[in-house]
Design a protein around this ligand. Structure first.
Ligand SMILES: *Cc1c(COP(=O)(O)O)cnc(C)c1O
Length: 491
């Protein structure tokens, strides 16, 4: 295997390139009368000229090209970030959302001039309802976590309307951190249930904690170990038996498209991360979308406005009868919705089912290739992702999962999710997605196996990694606590 090669170190800030004296633009000759600005503005002008960057066109082009290529994205290389589903974002969806009718639509435009956008939104809601197995959908939430909050607020309103406010929400110990955060934001208390030896919810522990004070269960299925819960119907039945509601965190929908539906599993609500399952971009805090699907019983509480299909064939906005109100300005991240619709229409029903088949096949292929060199704590057929443990590397060679992740950067691969889920020691959570070819999967497997060998031969190399990136190991806590984001001329 070829050795990783060093990348050039990054340059300076644009303000530090070129001097103020270097003259880079030659404005055209003045064809209007010259005025004295200070006089015209009554002296309200700056004493010193602003410290603007002064660089030539080619230097500007190189500067931004350099910044763009310093970023790692799914268009740069393999990005097997478990739970986050970093699949390739098809460019056809980018083209669709740039069509002038969508890109130029204005939120205050009269309904009759925005029929195309509204029709697309109604079509997307129908498609998601079909995929997820629920009758009602809101497209408003801006992310998965926002969808969770929206759904739990609907649950709260539902229980309050029944005169039965409850206090607790049950969450398995494998859950994503947004789940307990949502519960707390909604004013409920978190009750954690353990996972059993097969990686599913421990049924005895669940039954033991279920009572009429439980408002809901929040469950990811397939779960964050990449495993489909074998007791899913018994779980939702037990939850309903005490009058509680069952919430499905749908971040892992990519595994079950066209195969099984959370609505059919007995869930009452589900959020969908369009930016995970339906090929819309995410990362960098950019816009995503977390539509929420619910049963008929919860539909009256959905946030408004919703798009409705009218009898005369036109589209308009409507408010559910007992709506919790607005959760997002205007109609949500419409550009993201257009991309998701384009993705769904481009693939069709069979195409979506093929996505899941391929995603599950890819994950199982990698799992089988890596299981010797890394420990596999839950040895079951996985869904679209699987979780390894670096526990043995740590015990035998003093190499941690973090070191393995950092070393992957030297091979040009974005590390998988690490140290999540919390129930697996030294966790490495790998999600290859359906969009990667066999060659990429094989290279990743070979790199991971090579790193395991490096751990045995030269553990210090891994402690030092990454060796080839513009910056090495960052103090992540300090970067969060003392962010230094502003440029000051004399700093
Ligand atoms: C990504 C994710 C979330 C949160 O979704 P965002 O869109 O990032 O807010 C919730 N649960 C699970 C399991 C996830 O993977």
């Amino acid at each position: 295997m070829s050795q990783p090669t060093a990348q050039p170190l990054t340059g300076r800030l644009i303000f530090e390139k070129g001097t103020r004296e270097s003259r880079c633009i030659e404005p055209p000759a003045l064809d209007v009368p010259e005025i004295d600005l200070a006089e015209a503005l009554d002296g309200a002008v700056r004493a010193e000229p602003p410290a603007l960057a002064a660089v030539t066109e080619v230097d500007i082009a190189r500067h931004y090209e350099h910044l763009a290529s310093a970023n790692f994205g799914v268009d740069t290389g393999f990005y097997p970030l478990g739970s986050c589903t970093m699949k390739y974002n098809a460019k056809v969806a980018e083209q669709a959302c740039r069509l002038p009718g969508f890109a130029g639509a204005h939120p205050y435009q009269p309904e009759e001039t925005a029929q195309g956008v509204l029709e697309l939104m109604a079509g997307l809601a129908d498609a998601l309802a079909e995929v997820a197995g629920f009758p009602a959908v809101t497209l408003a939430p801006a992310a998965g976590a926002h969808g969770e909050l929206t759904a739990l607020m609907c649950f709260r309103a539902y229980h309050a309307a029944n005169g039965d406010p409850r206090r607790r929400v049950i969450i398995p110990d494998s859950a994503h951190g947004t789940n307990p955060a949502t519960v707390a934001m909604c004013g409920y208390e978190v009750t954690t249930v353990p996972s059993d030896a097969r990686g599913g919810v421990d049924m005895d522990a669940l039954r033991a904690t279920l009572d009429t004070d439980v408002a809901a269960l929040m469950l990811t299925n397939p779960n964050t170990l990449g495993l489909f819960d074998e007791n899913i119907l018994a779980i939702t039945e037990a939850v309903h038996a005490v009058g509680a509601l069952a919430y499905c965190d749908g971040a892992n929908l990519n595994a079950i498209l066209g195969k099984s539906r959370p609505g059919d599993m007995g869930f009452d609500a589900l959020h969908i991360n369009l930016h995970k399952t339906f090929g819309t971009p995410h990362g960098g805090g950019g816009p995503g979308a977390g539509p929420v699907c619910v049963t008929d019983a919860l539909a009256p509480y959905l946030p408004g406005p919703l798009v409705e299909r009218r009898d005369d064939g036109t589209f308009g906005l409507t408010w559910p009868e007992r709506s919790i109100g607005r959760v997002r300005s205007f109609l949500g991240n419409v550009g993201v919705l257009v991309r998701a619709y384009a993705y769904i229409r481009a693939l069709g029903g069979d195409g979506l089912a093929a996505v899941s088949e391929q995603a599950v096949l890819s994950a199982n292929y990698l799992k089988e290739r890596l299981r010797g060199a890394y420990e596999l704590p839950y040895d079951r057929t996985c869904m679209h992702e699987f979780v390894l443990s670096g526990r043995r590397l740590r015990k035998e060679h003093g190499v941690r999962t973090l070191d393995v992740a950092k070393r992957l950067l030297d091979y040009g691969i974005h590390p998988p999710t690490v140290y999540f889920p919390l129930i697996v020691e030294e966790a490495i959570m790998i999600e290859p997605t359906e969009t990667e070819g066999l060659e990429t999967l094989d290279r990743f497997a070979e790199v991971m196996l090579r790193i395991a060998e490096e751990a045995a031969e030269n553990p210090d190399l891994l402690h030092e990694a990454p060796l080839t990136t513009p910056v090495r190991r960052l103090d992540e806590a300090r970067a969060v606590k003392q962010p230094d984001l502003a440029w000051r001329p004399d700093a």
